[in-house]
Design a binder for this molecule. Structure first.
Ligand SMILES: [Zn+2]
Length: 82
């Protein structure tokens, strides 16, 4: 079995006025900081903020071609909690 080391590094930033707050998660694979798979949208600082982006970045670095199917299932039972 092959072993990989994944490190998630969370960061946050507040500007000097205190009016802006930002945060994100960087991903390191075997010590190398991963590129954002979609650099036009975000930079490397935000790779770990979404499961899909994180999976894409990691698997791309490992030389896999990735296909992700996203499904969202909600079950409603029609009863109210109140
Ligand atoms: Zn500010």
């Amino acid at each position: 079995m092959k072993k990989v080391n994944i490190m998630l590094e969370e960061w946050d930033y507040t500007c000097t006025d205190g009016c802006c707050f930002s945060y994100g998660t960087k991903i390191y694979l075997n010590g190398k900081e991963l590129e954002h798979p979609n650099p036009e949208v975000d930079d490397n600082s935000y790779v770990g903020d979404s499961v899909i982006t994180a999976l894409l970045a990691v698997l791309k670095e490992l030389c896999y071609e990735v296909e992700i199917d996203l499904t969202f299932q909600v079950e409603l039972d029609g009863t109210c909690s109140e």
